[in-house]
Design a binder for this molecule. Sequence first.
Ligand code: SF4
Length: 172
Amino acid sequence: MNVFRIVDSDAFAGEGLRTVVYVAGCNHACPFCYNRLLWNPNIGQKIDEDVIQRIDDDLDNPNIDGVTFFGGEVTYPPNRADATKLMAYLKKRHPTKTNWTYTGYLFEQIKDLEMMKYIDVLVDGPYVQRLNYGIGKSKWRGSANQRIILVQESLKQNKIVYYRDFDGTELK
Ligand code: SF4
């Protein structure tokens, strides 16, 4: 798996302040994709000890609430083995820091992947330009079809459990 970019601290990639990892490789080809450059799985840097250490160090910062995986597509099939290892490692090292993962797949298509054990919140579904109502109306999502899902609760209950905003609204 290649990593294109790491942003140490971002306030718009999920709850709180987050370290954002932009992963290379995507097979969804959503029309009007905001990041076509990252369809190419060979762009960026191969994940290695230095890249892992950089993310690890970011998560040591007490002001950082967790890690967010953007893409590209972290669940792109050739990325899955490395991504699972990385997520497992980060969860072990930083059990209180959350993992938010963005994917073009639907939860139902990837719920059995091993990496799902380490993801707290999944923002799922392809980007649909006509459903982009702007950041004010679609918090944390590019388009309104995308769901914000509490992964562990959903796996336990065998049904989709939505993330609730601070005012109790389900983000579905
Ligand atoms: S899933 Fe994301 S990166 Fe992939 S094509 Fe769709 S918008 Fe682009």
